[in-house]
Design a protein around this ligand. Structure first.
Ligand SMILES: *Cc1c(COP(=O)(O)O)cnc(C)c1O
Length: 401
């Protein structure tokens, strides 16, 4: 093997904790929806750092915001606040259509946003949390207890207790679990579309039932919009297209376009009032650099009409992939630009490799599903180059079986 990639991967293996396995390549730089590795190979980035690089790479609005903020203040601690922090909180409450008394807590990652939500739920004085099978909520020990995959969870048990996992999008199972939790039900925590679980949308009826059952039980409905939020589905938040409002939601991934950030949004004064002074905190959370990046993301989505664009590009992708008519394609699921190409056979890992060799970054989110979560700025022409290459990619994946 020649080139810089093997050399860097060797150094990686000798210096990093091997929790991620071997990285696929070593990236150097990017522009728009393209990234380039250290050997100069160029890829169309249809994964966007797992739904993170909302504006793609090197977007001038994000570069300018981060550069300008870095020259002013990077960090101030939460003994102080900053204009970007207040402005981003206000912007999130506005786009979430949050009622008076709503509020934002800033963290640095998705899992921390979930930890804040778990602590919020404990302040109801109750202890049982219902989560879904195949859910992914993060890797810190509280969020891990809500995460479904036994291989992620079991090596670290005991985790926090009183978590009931129910089949996702199953109304009868949710009713039964809420009834069995009784007076101890603190919260129901759901992803509107399960992301790591394979891009599996919930129905509007299911989320409405979750809303009704939690309200009747005096428990919180907490939606994990870490992957589905910030325009990813063509709406600011996926729950908005389902006609309900949660008591709290968690955000991270795309919120600051790649700068680490997380957030918990509490809806209404009663829920906001559950956490008081001294009951939660974070050194880095809400620092001016991350918040300036978040503001640039919100402002660019608005000024460039990226919600409508995400919906249109998502539809374009569905129509184009369906028109390919490849025998391995079983259809496209998801919403907006959070999509999975369902395959008729479990060849997604091989298809991911074949796609990468052909110059496209996608992700085998399940053995039989390829996830696409491109930057919201992706164009129809860029998507078309992938669709044109798809038959060859799938032929290679199928042949390797
Ligand atoms: C990625 C993700 C998380 C965890 O976010 P981290 O920033 O990796 O901690 C939690 N929930 C959902 C739905 C996610 O997609």
């Amino acid at each position: 093997m020649t080139g810089h990639v093997p050399e860097w991967l060797g150094r990686y293996a000798a210096s990093l904790l091997p929790v991620f396995g071997t990285p696929q390549t070593v990236l150097s730089h990017g522009q728009g929806c393209y990234v380039v590795d250290v050997d100069g190979k160029r890829y169309l980035d249809l994964l966007a750092g797992i739904a993170v690089n909302t504006l793609g790479h090197g977007h001038p609005a994000l570069v300018d915001a981060v550069t300008k903020q870095a020259s002013q203040l990077v960090h101030v601690s939460n003994f102080f606040t900053s204009q970007p922090q207040v402005e981003l909180a206000e912007a999130l409450l506005r786009i979430a259509e949050a009622p008076a008394g709503s509020a934002v807590f800033f963290a640095n990652s998705g899992t921390e946003a979930i930890e804040a939500a778990v602590k919020l739920s404990r302040r109801t004085g109750r202890g049982t949390i219902i989560a879904a099978e195949n859910a992914f909520h993060g890797r810190t020990t509280g969020a891990l207890a809500l995460t479904w995959k036994p291989a992620y969870r079991e090596p670290f048990e005991p985790l926090i207790g009183r978590i009931l996992h129910v089949p996702f999008d199953d109304e009868a199972a949710l009713r039964a679990a809420v009834a069995s939790a009784g007076d101890d039900l603190a919260a129901v925590v759901l992803e509107p579309i399960q992301g790591e679980g394979g891009v599996i949308p919930s129905s509007a009826a299911y989320l409405r039932l979750a809303r009704e059952l939690t309200t009747a039980a005096g428990a919180l409905l907490i939606l994990d919009e870490i992957q589905t939020g910030m325009g990813r589905t063509g709406h600011w938040f996926a729950h908005q297209s389902r006609g309900i409002r949660p008591d709290a939601m968690t955000l991270a991934k795309g919120l600051a376009g790649g700068v680490p950030i997380g957030a918990l949004v509490t809806f209404g004064a009663q829920v906001t009032g559950l956490l008081g002074a001294g009951q939660h905190g974070s050194t880095f959370g809400g620092n001016p650099l991350a918040c300036a990046a978040g503001l640039a993301v919100v402002e660019t989505i608005e000024s460039d009409g990226l919600l409508a664009h995400a919906r249109a590009m998502g539809e374009h992708l569905v129509v184009a992939v369906d028109a390919v008519g490849h025998p391995l394609v079983d259809g496209v699921r998801g919403e907006g630009l959070l999509r999975a190409i369902a395959l008729t056979r479990p060849v997604a890992p091989a298809a991911m490799t074949a796609a990468r060799e052909a110059g496209f970054l996608v992700n085998a989110v399940a053995p039989d599903a390829l996830r696409l979560a491109p930057p919201l700025v992706v164009t129809a022409e860029e998507l078309d180059t992938f669709v044109a290459a798809l038959p060859g990619i799938l032929d290679a994946a199928g042949a390797g079986e």
